[in-house]
Design a protein. Sequence first.
Length: 186
Amino acid sequence: MKKLITANDIRAAHARGEQAMSVVLRASIITPEAREVAELLGFTITECDESVPVSTSTQACKSESQRIREAIIAQLPEGQFTESLVAQLMEKVLKEKQSLELGTMQPSFTSVTGKGGVKVIDGSSVKFGRFDGAEPHCVGLTDLVTEQDGSSMAAGFMQWDNAFFPWTLNYDEIDMVLEGELHVRH
């Protein structure tokens, strides 16, 4: 008889602190709702053949996922967060980590330059590149207007979250904080 894996099974495993579940494909039925709940919670369902044991890399990923979860929870106000918030934050961290590992943090954006030289940039199309001067923090940087546009001053976007890094400028720059706080030290 096949074992039925439901959304409640996923929620219960997640509540116990588990981040992954291995199921024998031929001996299990996973409901569509269970898959949706797993995705929402950042819970991994690994389907395997009965003869194939769970690999050590899957176990390593599970422990890494657990470490990320614990780090996120440690930074949130105690008792004032939901599991869905933790799941969203975990998803964001894992996507960013994967992006960094694959080296896909390449800056890009969509723009149109008119006859008069005015450059219009679609703000929703901006993808941040990695600013290498801020290790170990992940700081995104994208130059939007440069000398290649005939401008004597560059303009762009920079994003980070709770990071500190040295930055020495040998050129003029205008900085505008769109959200949050920026503390500059001499």
